[in-house]
Design a protein around this ligand. Structure first.
Ligand SMILES: NC(=O)c1ccc[n+]([C@@H]2O[C@H](COP(=O)([O-])OP(=O)(O)OC[C@H]3O[C@@H](n4cnc5c(N)ncnc54)[C@H](OP(=O)(O)O)[C@@H]3O)[C@@H](O)[C@H]2O)c1
Length: 273
């Protein structure tokens, strides 16, 4: 019998996840389909009931439900419980289990480049759900230091405390202080939506060193202003689509218990731009 998968969120019409997973099904000849399903904030409980009724095999969760979904899960894996949010759910006879593949999805392109995480001093811009998964991942890998910059200072302080609880040397700054810190960091991550609407880079790229790794998790557009300017000065760049692909391949492997066809999934993402 055909198995059905979905991504739930709002808005959901621009999600690349259906392209990515359907390309993987085609590549491996799996009898599966993956759809985008809009569930507005406040309608999550009804939406989940609907998904259970159609015997959904698994689903991804995106804005605004990543934290709220936790209430509806019967079990969660370790990363999910550390982060307090889920982006991947499997359904076993009506029992839902949550995972957070954003964390490994973020780390995957760093590891693929053989960058040694223990040697990194990171500057993370943003303190939302994605930043929390990123901080948890970097802390788990034993990163040297993390500096967190955020528009709302209290949120930066809270995320900084989270990093410290995980045993990491962390401090928080305001957005205005970024340019004084950027030259001291060898990994800079934009974990805000800045760039999604072609806004200018949240940092002055002239202040960073050439050997810095600049990672923009905004996946659409692919070449944000931050990425373009970082490339110009010769920095190593990591694109948001790489994290998207990393979290999707991990989710695929959880659901299907087989190695994800990375290249086919990558072609599907790049075809979506
Ligand atoms: N590539 C991927 O696979 C992937 C995965 C997850 C997320 N993302 C992207 O990452 C971004 C953040 O996601 P999220 O889930 O962390 O969202 P979120 O929980 O809503 O957090 C958003 C963060 O960005 C800050 N922010 C929002 N608008 C801002 C602005 N105009 N100027 C400065 N700071 C601003 C917020 O600051 P305050 O605390 O002051 O509100 C908060 O720290 C989104 O664009 C999302 O699409 C990409």
């Amino acid at each position: 019998m055909m198995k059905t998968y979905a991504v739930i969120g709002d808005p959901i019409d621009r999600s690349l996840s259906p392209n990515i997973h359907n390309a993987a099904f085609k590549e491996l000849g799996l009898d599966c389909a993956y759809i985008a399903y809009r569930i507005p904030k406040g309608d999550l409980e009804d939406g989940i009931e609907g998904l259970k009724k159609i015997k959904i095999s698994g689903f991804n969760v995106t804005i605004p439900h990543k934290v709220d979904i936790m209430k509806f899960l019967d079990k969660v894996d370790e990363d999910c419980s550390i982060i307090g949010a889920a982006n991947t759910v499997s359904n076993n006879d009506g029992k839902l289990k949550g995972y957070n593949t954003d964390m490994d999805g973020f780390l995957e392109p760093i590891k693929r480049r053989n960058i040694v995480i223990k040697n990194l001093n990171a500057l993370i811009i943003g303190s939302g759900g994605a930043a929390r998964a990123i901080v948890a991942g970097l802390a788990k890998e034993g990163i040297n230091t993390i500096t967190i910059a955020n528009r709302t200072k209290e949120n930066a302080i809270a995320l900084c405390e989270f990093a410290q609880k995980m045993g990491t040397n962390a401090n928080s700054i305001s957005l205005g202080e970024i340019d004084d810190h950027s030259s001291k960091c060898n990994l800079i991550v934009n974990a805000t939506p800045i760039g999604l609407k072609n806004e200018p880079s949240p940092i002055k790229v002239e202040t960073i060193n050439q050997d810095t790794v600049v990672y923009d998790i905004v996946s659409m557009p692919m070449n944000t202003d931050l990425i373009q300017k970082s490339k110009k000065i010769g920095a190593t760049v990591i694109y948001g689509y790489e994290m998207l692909l990393g979290q999707a391949t991990r989710a695929f492997e959880i659901w299907h218990n087989t190695k994800a066809p990375y290249e086919a999934m990558k072609r599907a993402v790049l075809g979506g731009f």
